[in-house]
Design a binder for this molecule. Structure first.
Ligand SMILES: [Zn+2]
Length: 230
């Protein structure tokens, strides 16, 4: 079953590796089916280590690893917003930044973090989930950003929002054919994945469990919100 409704996809995530960890198999599948996928990485990931490395060097390494991961998945473009890791807030300025990207790239589908995930999640994930959800509305209603509208960057309606890494999924993507590509893309983040074999084993188990709920051998899971126009 191909997923024709996902043709122009924007993935908005906090850190280098989030897109691959949460949706790498789905992204690889959609690009194989001809979809255009762009990944927006909002922070520079400069706190993602326990090793003795400067945050500046770490940010540089993680960007290079992200570009390689995107290449493996067939992502058309990777956009680095380079906010500082762990310090994102759901501000009006940040929402505007995401809304501009939505109006510019005009996606039918956006993937982002689930901001309502209970009990534990990274604060950047929460901030981005909230900001992106609001940015979808800012992008859609032209009086939110009149300066963009008058500059010719018109309002845009996004049809589907898919939330990542959610506890109560209602949408599953069969990634049996692209599970290996996902693993390669995640493992391109060499500074994060120190033991690729253990990662693959653990991930296969988890995604087989997810697939069981939907009747697929291996699946990634999401919450989907379909938004009607008007
Ligand atoms: Zn993250």
């Amino acid at each position: 079953m191909s997923q024709e409704e996902f043709r122009n996809i924007l993935v908005v995530v906090a850190h280098p590796d989030d897109a691959e960890l949460s949706a790498g198999g789905s992204i690889a599948r959609w690009t194989r089916e001809g979809a255009t996928v762009r990944t927006v990485v909002c922070t520079n990931g400069d706190k993602g280590t326990k090793e003795d490395i400067s945050p500046f060097d770490l940010a540089r390494i993680r960007e290079a690893e992200q570009l390689e991961a995107s290449r493996i998945l067939g992502v058309k473009e990777t956009i680095f917003l380079r906010h500082r890791d762990g310090e994102l807030e759901d501000t009006r300025a940040f929402r505007n930044q995401i809304a501009f990207l939505i109006r510019h790239f005009r996606p039918d589908t956006i993937l982002t973090h689930d901001p309502w995930r209970t009990y534990y999640q990274h604060p950047d994930h929460q901030a981005i989930g909230h900001a992106t959800f609001k940015a979808v509305v800012y992008a859609r209603d032209h009086h939110f950003l009149p300066e963009l509208t008058y500059a010719g960057i018109g309002a845009h309606h996004t049809k589907n929002l898919l939330y990542l890494n959610t506890r109560e999924p209602n949408f599953f993507v069969d990634i049996t054919e692209t599970f290996d590509v996902k693993v390669r893309a995640v493992c391109a983040h060499k500074c994060q994945i120190k033991n690729p074999e253990a990662f693959e084993k653990r991930t296969r188990q988890r995604l087989e469990d997810a697939g069981r709920a939907a009747g697929f051998p291996v699946a990634e899971s999401f919450v989907i919100t379909r938004m009607r126009e008007g």
